[in-house]
Write a protein that binds this ligand. Structure first.
Ligand code: AVJ
Length: 318
């Protein structure tokens, strides 16, 4: 007979994840960071979200990059090193690469080394002349570019409206940091989701098939599996609302009843209707985003939208 340890998961638990969860669930408005959505299951759910009829950002951004590829290529210096901050699927990058034959290096920066290695391998197979130089780093913290980038001119690539996940002040700090990493005279190609009517925004984050709900709930599953939590997944539900004053979509997990959740040795009480705020996705106008970028020293070179003005691609210079 084997003796089962009380919290087998706790042995391998990521102490930073645990500390973040403890701190977030101890606040009066409980929070969990959206960066914890993306374990393997979460990344697959996000891929499924990008294909949903209601989720317009991904296909719209790819459409803009496809259409404007030649213009983007014309703006970038020859033999540029392209630094992608946080590399997701390579679909958007591939759009650009079709138009950028003279790239000197592609530098994807991501916290997941395994993901980067797999991605680098497929890219090298498809683009044998491209120098792929992955950097394992958290792009919200300072890091150095690989030596091989040398004196090549640099451009940053930050698609997907990931910038919308940050509070505006944090986003400005991040854009400033990108400027420091890239160095003087650099360009930044950035995808930014736009303000639009509330029903359309809310549907994009609360789809009929329930994929976004599953994506949100996956956070609780992760806490149960990795931190030994006992969230009752039937006793929480997904909610997405547009907060017009703050110009952001908010995702929450709503407690369906008064209950208490144990994680490791701690207990966290929930009232019926109380929420965990799991994500903010800020929506900008063309002007409000240009103004934000300006506070970080980036000037707008040009900006494009799709015909319905759902999404924007900005080219900034600093
Ligand atoms: C990856 C942050 C751009 O805010 O639209 C999609 C994440 N969350 N559906 C977004 C997300 C719910 C997405 N970003």
């Amino acid at each position: 007979m084997t003796v089962k340890p009380t919290f087998p998961e706790a042995v391998t638990a990521d102490p930073i994840f645990l500390a973040d969860v403890r701190a977030g669930l101890s606040k009066s408005q409980k929070t969990l960071s959206p960066k914890y959505f993306y374990d393997e299951a979460g990344s697959e759910l996000f891929e499924a979200i990008t294909a949903l009829p209601e989720y317009y950002p991904t296909r719209t951004e790819i459409g803009i990059l496809d259409e404007r590829g030649p213009e983007i290529a014309a703006l970038l210096p020859k033999a540029v090193a392209l630094v992608e901050f946080g590399s997701g699927s390579t679909a958007k990058l591939r759009c650009l690469l079709r138009h950028l034959p003279e790239l000197s290096a592609y530098v994807p920066v991501d916290v997941s080394g395994d993901f980067l290695a797999a991605q680098a391998q497929t890219l090298r197979a498809d683009f044998p002349n491209l120098a792929v130089e992955p950097v394992v780093a958290d792009f919200t913290r300072p890091f150095a570019l690989p030596d091989t980038v040398g004196m090549a001119p640099r451009a940053g690539f930050f698609p997907g409206s990931t910038v919308g996940n940050f509070e505006p002040a944090e986003a400005a700090t991040l854009l400033d940091r990108f400027g420091e990493i890239l160095g003087p005279d650099s360009l930044l190609v950035l995808g930014v989701d736009l303000v639009k009517d509330t029903p359309r925004l809310e549907a994009a984050y609360d789809d009929a098939a329930g994929v976004t709900a599953a994506f949100n709930m996956n956070l609780l599953k992760r806490i149960n599996h990795e931190l030994g939590g006992d969230f009752d997944l039937e006793a929480f539900r997904h909610r997405a609302v547009f907060n017009a004053d703050a110009s952001r979509i908010e995702m929450h997990l709503v407690s369906c009843k008064d209950q208490s959740v144990r994680i490791g040795g701690d207990s966290f009480p929930f009232r019926e209707g109380e929420t965990i705020h799991t994500e903010s996705s800020y929506k900008y106008t063309l002007d409000s985003f240009r103004a934000l970028a300006a506070t970080a020293g980036w000037r707008s070179e040009t900006v494009w939208t799709d015909a319905d003005a759902l999404f924007s691609v900005h080219i900034l210079r600093r």
